[in-house]
Design a protein around this ligand. Sequence first.
Ligand SMILES: Cc1cc2nc3c(=O)[nH]c(=O)nc-3n(C[C@H](O)[C@H](O)[C@H](O)COP(=O)(O)OP(=O)(O)OC[C@H]3O[C@@H](n4cnc5c(N)ncnc54)[C@H](O)[C@@H]3O)c2cc1C
Ligand code: SF4
Ligand code: SF4
Length: 461
Amino acid sequence: MVVKASILNVLEYDFCIGCGACTYPQNSPFEIVETEIGTFKAKLKESVSSNDFEDYSLICPFSNESANEDQIGQLLFSQIEGIKQHSKTGYYLDLYAGHVSIEGFRERGSSGGSVSWLIDTLFKLNEIDHVVHVKESNTGNLFEYMISSSSDEARTAAKSKYYPISLADILPIIRDLEGKTLFIGIPCFIKSLRLLSSQYPEISNRIKYTAGLVCGHLKSKFFAYNFAWQLDILPKEITKIDFRHSKPNQSKASLYYVKVNALKNNLPIEKVGLNKSFFGFQWGQGFFKYKACDYCDDVFAETADICFGDAWIKPYVSDPKGDNIVITRNKRLSEIVEDSVKKGDLKFDNVSLEEILKSQDAGLRHRREGTQVRTSVLIKKGLWFPQKRQFEDTMSSTRNQKRIYLFREWMSRQSEVHFKKAIELRDYGYFKRRMRWIVFYYENILYKTKWNKLKRLLRIN
Ligand SMILES: Cc1cc2nc3c(=O)[nH]c(=O)nc-3n(C[C@H](O)[C@H](O)[C@H](O)COP(=O)(O)OP(=O)(O)OC[C@H]3O[C@@H](n4cnc5c(N)ncnc54)[C@H](O)[C@@H]3O)c2cc1C
Ligand code: SF4
Ligand code: SF4
């Protein structure tokens, strides 16, 4: 029996995240295309006749033949003196929460500005010549992977981009770069880069450091369109979007704004709205989420040398200016962080592993426990799925929690279908009417949000 290389199953069953790693090998049969729901996905080129796909499975983060995060982490980090490991974070040296004290970084950044600080510091210390990260673009996509070769060039890239991206076009450029490079990415993209590096020395030779962003999930282009449309801006009119806009009068780090720039009737306009005032903003509802994200168990970029996230824990969460959580897995980067803490450039506190885990509590539950629940359904249906790591501490969900995990995935699919239809009909109301009842069921029947609020109120009074 010929066993099908599992990268083909990744495509057939829609587990592709569009990273573009499979397009890198010479004469690759894969290309990255934009789908009708605003995601990037790999596709087999029409001219392909070969069926020799095994090598491609080795570099795909969702295939069953590629190394998993534990195996990659062990190779990269297990020999580092003093390093520890936890099933939820992967390897770690030092754990911090805090922000950059040097003026400008925190103001420009999504949370504490620490990623931009790292880039700036590595340039200043001559540790890197380039950084590969996601910046604003005007090539038809609002954002894409680009290279900055100085602090000044990199500065404009701050803020999180909840928008589809791919490495397909940048990988040949990385290969031809001269000098040392820092690569920034969400966990699955760092994993793709590590898998590629294991097969292609010309890639691994270029990358000196990798910095990962904690990741809840990735959004399709519809996420940006959904904000814009509620601000009376049509998808084709958007010129810029800031998903994490902050204002001086902001009361909490989690209450940030979304700013959209557009060209309407040939006139430039700018509109801003508070995140929670938008329909479909809530991350737990998972609107426009890639399917792959519901089958991914890496929250803390376990294969990156350093990882940054939002400090959604007390006391940091009450500071409207924003703070990071940080995990280091590289001695030199740990040293650089420590020196900067001593100099006062960073206001970082050492925090416990429990605090780090607490900061991503909901995400970890959905991605660890939730993934097991979701895959158990696929097993029962006899469908293919990407094999995930087994975690002993993740099978305690109640029946209602299991329903929530499954419902969220279904809700994501519904959001794509109805938003696509709304675009065709040029009627945002269509989308809202269709999704409103789904959200109502999720919030009030499954989650019992209003009932729980009432119970809390009664207890207080
Ligand atoms: C899709 C996505 C989901 C996330 N989910 C969570 C979450 O659930 N919980 C959590 O705590 N944090 C999450 N984060 C991380 C968080 O939003 C911040 O990016 C992180 O805390 C760093 O903030 P900062 O102020 O230090 O970074 P900044 O100083 O603002 O710098 C951000 C840097 O990251 C780069 N960048 C931005 N977006 C991307 C991208 N998509 N791919 C690669 N590089 C990028 C920029 O180019 C810039 O260099 C997510 C980020 C993304 C992009
Ligand atoms: S996840 Fe990445 S490597 Fe795998 S098929 Fe998709 S684009 Fe290719
Ligand atoms: S949740 Fe996982 S698969 Fe989805 S974007 Fe984040 S790291 Fe990638």
